[in-house]
Design a protein around this ligand. Structure first.
Ligand code: NDP
Length: 251
């Protein structure tokens, strides 16, 4: 956990970073934080109005001009990711980081009642989409001299818990895929691969999962940005294959 990390003002200067789910919650905060520290941010998500709002906030703060890439991870196919890679290659020539942040909660429900369509949907958005997106973007990452690929995990991706169904399984899969890819990239390219567990954070997803909880008791997305910046920037060079926490566990 690097919640006390103090990033340099120009930490991500000159870097191009893709953030998925950049229209809301933690993804929006990360896109703004990366831009504030100098990055050109590619804002990917499914609701264009929300991406535009993040875009405007970056421009208003005087950050480098971002780009919007609308994509629904649920419907996207392998060839959509190849098209995406081609577009980003033409536009930017390389990628210095990906924050795989978009995620779907599905439903908190006993496994006996879990709906198979919803299960498939959660796996698609949380695992399959990010996996093929990453494969398509590897050539762009290899163009970078210091690329950081960050997958978003969860406490239930490290220890299973009753009723968390497909969401927990998708986060375990994310942890597993991260280990496979990190191992393949070791000593081959300047690409490091890690998972980041934000911990309980004040967003819409958290409210849906814990409707009885007081949101004021939770850290905000902005509060956890130091760890997000550390893992995306050069201060975490050499760290790969690790499971990182964005905040200390709550008492
Ligand atoms: P939010 O629900 O607030 O935001 C999720 C983002 O993902 C939204 O921008 C959403 O887009 C996007 N998204 C969802 N489905 C798709 C899709 N099919 N295609 C493209 N984008 C999609 O969640 P959080 O900010 O809380 O969560 C961010 C990440 O952190 C997730 O991976 C989550 O699992 C993880 N996490 C969060 C915790 C917390 O306490 N908040 C704890 C542990 C992990 P749209 O706005 O258009 O719906």
């Amino acid at each position: 956990c690097h919640i006390d990390y103090r990033p340099a003002a120009d930490l991500l200067q000159g870097r191009t970073i893709l953030v998925t789910g950049a229209g809301d919650g933690i993804g929006r905060a990360a896109a703004l934080a990366y831009a504030r520290h100098g990055a050109t941010v590619i804002l990917l998500g499914r609701t264009i109005a929300k991406l535009e709002s993040t875009y405007d906030a970056i421009e208003q703060a005087g950050g480098p001009q971002p780009a919007i890439f609308p994509l629904n991870l649920e419907g996207a196919t392998h060839s959509d990711y190849l098209d995406m890679a081609e577009t980003l290659y033409q536009e930017f020539g390389r990628l210095d980081g990906i924050l795989h942040n978009a995620g779907l909660l599905g439903r908190i429900t006993p496994f006996e009642q879990y709906n198979p369509e919803l299960w498939a949907q959660v796996m698609q958005v949380n695992v399959t989409g990010p996996v093929w997106m990453t494969q398509a973007l590897l050539p762009l990452l290899k163009e970078s001299s210091d690329a950081s690929v960050v997958f978003t995990s969860s406490g239930v991706g490290r220890k299973g818990r009753a009723y968390w169904g497909a969401y927990a399984v998708s986060k375990f899969a994310t942890e597993g895929f991260m280990e496979v890819l990190a191992d393949e990239m070791e000593n081959q390219h300047a690409i490091r691969v890690n998972t980041l567990n934000p911990g309980a954070t004040r967003t819409q997803m958290r409210r849906t999962a814990f409707p009885g909880e007081d949101p004021e008791a939770l850290r905000t997305p902005d509060d956890i940005m130091p760890t997000y910046l550390w893992l995306m920037g050069p201060d975490s060079q050499g760290v790969s294959g690790e499971k990182i926490d964005a905040q200390p566990p709550r008492q």
